[in-house]
Ligand binder design. Structure first.
Ligand code: IPM
Ligand code: MG
Length: 378
């Protein structure tokens, strides 16, 4: 008989490989009935093939229940081009972040980032913080519609359509650049609804909509207006809103005023890092990218090249990402076993990676967590 689940296993590179090894120790401990299928992704494949997210990996993702993803090194476009094998250089290949492509290609519109202060974590900003960030994951300034050199046709059209554009119109095509922030009503509605549905399901009291609608009127205005309309369907949940700049300040000043946050892509990227820092930093920041058919689970940290090979980074973010995957698959009992074990190891204070002030390795941390997993006897 086959396994119940097929999981794409995408370690990527840098410390991505190490934290995924750690997560696997814990998943094996709770005996998830899954086949883990390795997928090529990362810097190595950019250099060798000109594509860090090869077609074979895209095909793999079409045929699995979920995926776990580690981390990937990215470099600026010009540096990236120089690292291609000689045969591929000068062919106009442009490096684009594979995770951003994956989110867009598979419609993984919900980026869910819980930020919970597990008791006795020496890195907690304050004990008791429990914030959940819902970040729109496919649109906004991440639309990928960008112009390094602005085509004349576009310049003339903009000059005709927008009085504000007159200030830029006389610049030469390579003297300015345009990145399009594109937000749709559908995209805004589905992420806000996801946030409210979560609040309803888990008995959360408030959803705060983060935006900058007073300045970025068109796109953030659309997001905010849509959010207000969606909120009407959830009368039992309070809704408020904040501008992104004030939000960062208030979040630090009084994190206990916040419960569920929902934001367009870039603001969500920012506030999720801030929120993660308040509960221990990126070693604790777990992330789910969820669409209608596929969920991809990852730590929100990068590949940390300077630590590669040292097995010193904290695997808890990735282990909590695995827990989120279990929840999403409906394996909530196993998910809870993992979360309880993480909480117990943190509370115990004996096993600590370098970020927590200790010297335990990535693998020792994973083994300690696996050791606390209260797996029921077969
Ligand atoms: C994240 C990361 C990514 C993002 C990068 C690696 C493209 O910062 O997942 O938050 O900006 O979304
Ligand atoms: Mg980020």
């Amino acid at each position: 008989m086959g396994n119940k689940y097929k999981i794409a296993w995408l370690p990527g590179d840098g410390v991505g490989v190490e934290v995924m090894e750690a997560a696997k120790i814990v998943l094996d401990r709770v005996a998830l009935d899954a086949e883990y299928i390795h997928g090529d992704i990362g810097w190595e494949f950019w250099c060798k093939e000109g594509d860090s997210f090869p077609a074979r990996t895209i095909d793999l993702l079409k045929n699995v229940n979920a995926a776990m993803f580690g981390a990937i090194t990215s470099k600026p476009v010009k540096t990236a081009e120089k690292e291609l094998v000689p045969e591929l250089q000068g062919k106009g290949m442009v490096y684009r972040s594979p995770i951003v492509r994956m989110r867009q290609m598979f419609g993984l519109y919900t980026c869910l980032r819980p930020c919970k202060a597990y008791p006795n974590n020496p890195l907690n900003y304050k004990e008791g913080i429990d914030i959940v960030v819902f970040r729109e994951n496919t649109e906004d300034l991440y639309s990928g519609v960008e112009f390094n050199t602005v085509p004349e046709k576009l310049r003339d059209t903009l000059a005709e359509l927008s009085p504000a554009f007159k200030a830029f119109k006389d610049l030469k095509s390579d003297e300015y650049a345009i990145s399009c922030k594109i937000n749709t009503r559908k995209g805004s509605e589905r992420i806000v609804r996801a946030a409210f549905e979560f609040a309803r399901k888990f008995n959360r009291k408030k959803v705060t909509v983060v935006h900058k609608a007073n300045v970025v009127r068109a796109t953030d205005g659309l997001f905010f207006e849509t959010a207000k309309a969606v909120a009407k369907d959830y009368p039992e949940i309070k809704m408020d809103d904040a501008n992104i700049d004030a939000m960062t300040m208030w979040l630090l000043k009084n994190p206990f005023n916040y419960d569920v946050l929902v934001a367009p892509n870039l603001y969500g990227d920012i506030i999720s890092d801030l929120s993660a820092q308040m509960v221990g930093g990126l070693g604790f920041g777990c992330s789910a990218n969820i669409g209608a058919k596929l969920g991809v689970f990852e730590p929100s940290h990068g590949s940390a090249p300077k630590y590669t090979g040292q097995y010193k980074v904290n695997p808890i973010a990735t282990i909590l990402a695995a827990k989120m995957m279990l929840d999403w698959l409906g394996e909530t009992a196993k998910g809870k076993i993992i979360e309880d074990a993480v909480a117990e190891v943190i509370a115990g204070g004996k096993v600590r990676t370098y970020d927590m002030g200790g010297s335990d390795t990535t693998i020792q941390m994973a083994q300690a967590i696996a050791g606390k997993c209260a797996v029921p006897a077969k």
